[in-house]
Write a protein that binds this ligand. Sequence first.
Ligand code: TRP
Ligand code: ZN
Length: 486
Amino acid sequence: MFAAPAGASPTRPRRRPARGRFLATALAVLSVTASLTLTAESTAVAATADGHGAPGARGLGDPYFPLAGNGGYTTRHYDLDLAYDPLTRRLDATEAVTARATQRLSTFDLDLSGLTVRGVRVNGRTARWTRDGQELAITPAKPLGKGQGFRVDLSYGGVPEDVTDPDGSADGWISTDDGAFVAGEPQGAMSWFAADNHPLDKASYTFEITVPAGYTAVANGVLASQRTRAGKTTFHWRQSQPMASYLATATVGKFDVQRYTTASGIPVYNAVDPREAADAAPALARIPAILDWESDLFGPYPFSAAGAIVDHAPDVGYALETQTRPIYDRAPGVGTVVHEMAHQWFGDSVSLTSWQDIWLNEGFATYAEWLWEEQHGGKTAQASFDGYYARPATNSLWAFPPADPGEGANIFASPVYTRGAMTLQELRTAVGDTDFFTILKTWARSHRYGSGTTAQFIALSERVSRKDLGALFHTWLYTAGKPARP
Ligand code: TRP
Ligand code: ZN
């Protein structure tokens, strides 16, 4: 569906010409395994023996976003206290990050882009800090010991500027005519909070967002409280399960709010821009049915809340699977809601280890749409596959292989979405329905609230099916050009 003519699926990510570089991908699946082992520990600069510790690495070494995330620590929890004025577009924030050092640490970085930092404390004591691009380097009064838990308090403010991604799209804190559309994939979280900004480092979150009365502030998870006083409303949201920074939102607007609990007990909170409400109603009405259907297919819903944020932000050009509550830049169709909700299992609960693995998010969510059609009176997933397979070898669908997009600018292009889904259809054909659906469920269960790699998915598929699937995955995921008919 992602490669459908523009307009066919209005909330789809904006299609951009794939600039595939046809990287010669003679990579064997095994050699790929080696490149997917980046962890906070392995990329941290080794501590020196002088007692002061060493600086944490400035980035986690992701090949596409080398400065994303930081070395030397992992985060546990972010507590974000935000005040936003939609008229002046000013954001004022205090933030507390709870973390643990993974090495003896003299200095460590958080990612923060723009805004003015007013002060930083570590474990209650004033800390020195410097800024260089997106790196906010913090030097605590005393070095942190390896394994030590610590807390960083920050105060900052200003008019947030969204981040421009390698493909030219905007993400992060994107102001709108009545607030802000807040969606951080892949890099934008750092435009509104100081983060260890890579999906490898997941944490729980609490949000306290204050806006002028009449506006609604919507974040992830459960709404713990809402209080209006002296012309301002504070919304208190809690996301208890681990979340990657790019999936956080604090969207502000004039929204109609719908709240209910599904028959299976999941609280739903929908915030809908009144300009989109009529068009959005049919798809939003399906949320409980989609939750049930996806839970049957993929296993228990991983989170304790659900819903949708339907904004009116037509310039954004995409939707995002913000955790528990996907955000849409306009009224979505059912297929898009199926896609974003499938990401709750594939992408949100089971996160990427490296951005190169983005097909594990987008291929799976796209395949969920094909399955929805197949099981709701539409064409079979095989028919979807066949339709795309008919495209000539010159089509941008074949510009690069899905598990080797080659650069950050390609991570949202059609080979990742559509050829990624085609890979799953090929897997299903090879192993049969029973094993295929066992693989999907086992993947969601065994990496729940964590991360996964392509190599791990291949290994799981081979374990469940007791088949050698190396050639299939090598062809569909890593080999340049249109695969030959099997
Ligand atoms: N992950 C989103 C989806 O498929 C798409 C997306 C997020 C996107 N950020 C983007 C697409 C930036 C293009 C540019 O649901
Ligand atoms: Zn997606």
